[in-house]
Design a protein around this ligand. Structure first.
Ligand code: C2O
Length: 353
């Protein structure tokens, strides 16, 4: 059977991991909160065009900063507002750190990482997050940028996140990874920052090669790219890397590289806190784009013709604070969700193996 949306009334303490312990990240709940089924935005709505973070125009940067500032303000004025910055971050904690058990299976945690749920769940998460941001600044066409880390010029922390006076800034990061430090998908805590020109070039080449291999080797094998199946009642495997898709594994490297290198690695290096850093959503915008590229390389074929995947569902809150139930099968076409990605060159696509 498919994974059911959580029972909000049974949210409990989550596990923030080593150095954090139990955390309270449940959403505000009252028994009269009833979810409605998701409806696609009206076709008359403008398309949100997500653009590379390192190529944003001044005006786009200002809008983005303003939207995030408003979201942060909500947390200050009403911490229980589900559209606020901390409540939004908590959504990630809820679905990733065991705040819910699977419906009907007490003691089996609901977990959206390490499996075929990873990409669809994060697509939905971003969809609502983006709508909320747009709504806060009264702009239906507002789009999240994407951290274009698959191109050499994008393999740095985007400068918009590095300005300490901006709402996009988060102090819980690895400061030694600010530009000119180059992003390494295979970064492990403690690795030195490559400093010579040759060493930087080597990392860039390794990154491109990793992407090129990932796509070539998994094009006919969606499990390899997306992650393994998970069905109602099944717990995540103990060896989480074994069940994760390769895109998720690359994405983990970016999380670890961005967050600080000491326990508990928050914000970006820890599930429970990752969503507190605005860069999270920009990173995930690219993860989502990389999935979309994979889909289009496969002629938009459905990766798994399996009802347990297609009907797995989740709950999110929209820009009107309405609780909405969504299904995996409804997120496949970004145009129906009213967003798209500005196309850029794919330098890794030409790298040989
Ligand atoms: Cu839910 Cu980038 O992880």
């Amino acid at each position: 059977a498919p994974i059911s949306p959580p029972d909000l009334s049974k949210c409990h303490l989550a596990d923030g991991g080593t150095g954090v312990g139990n955390v309270q990240c449940c959403p505000p709940y009252s028994s009269d909160t009833v979810p409605i089924d998701y409806q696609f935005p009206a076709s008359s709505k403008p398309l949100r065009i997500r653009r590379p973070a390192h190529l944003l125009e001044k005006e786009e940067i200002e809008k983005y900063k303003e939207a995030i500032a408003k979201m942060r303000e909500l947390t200050t004025t009403d911490p229980s507002d589900p559209r606020g910055w901390m409540q939004q971050a908590n959504v990630h904690c809820q679905y990733c750190n065991g705040a819910y058990d699977q419906v009907g299976y007490d003691n089996v945690r609901l977990q959206v990482h390490f499996s075929w749920l990873f990409l669809p769940w994060h697509r939905w998460y971003l969809h609502f997050y983006e709508r909320i941001l747009g709504n806060l600044i009264g702009d239906d066409s507002f789009a999240l940028p994407y951290w274009n880390w698959d191109t050499p010029l994008g393999m740095y922390a985007p400068s918009i996140f590095v300005d300490t006076t901006s709402s996009l800034y988060d102090e819980n990061r690895n400061l030694s990874h600010y530009p000119p430090a180059v992003l390494d998908y295979k970064y492990a805590y403690g690795d030195a920052v490559p400093s010579t020109e040759e060493a930087v070039q080597e990392v860039v080449n390794q990154n491109l090669l990793e992407l090129s291999k990932t796509y070539k080797e998994s094009l006919t094998l969606p499990e390899l790219f997306m992650g393994d199946p998970i069905r109602a009642g099944e717990a995540t495997e103990t060896d989480t890397e074994a069940s994760s898709g390769r895109l998720e594994i690359i994405h983990n490297g970016v999380h670890q590289w961005t967050g600080p290198d000491t326990v508990p690695y928050m914000d970006m290096g820890n599930f429970y806190s990752a969503g507190r850093d605005p860069i999270f959503y920009c990173h995930h915008s690219n993860v989502d784009r990389m999935w979309q590229i994979y889909r289009s390389m496969r002629g938009n074929k459905t990766e798994f013709k399996d009802d347990d995947w297609l009907n797995s569902s989740f709950l999110f809150v929209d820009e009107n604070k309405q609780l909405v139930k969504v299904k995996v099968q409804d997120c496949f076409n970004p145009l129906k969700l009213k967003y798209s990605y500005e196309e850029v060159e794919l330098p890794w696509a030409e790298v040989g193996i």
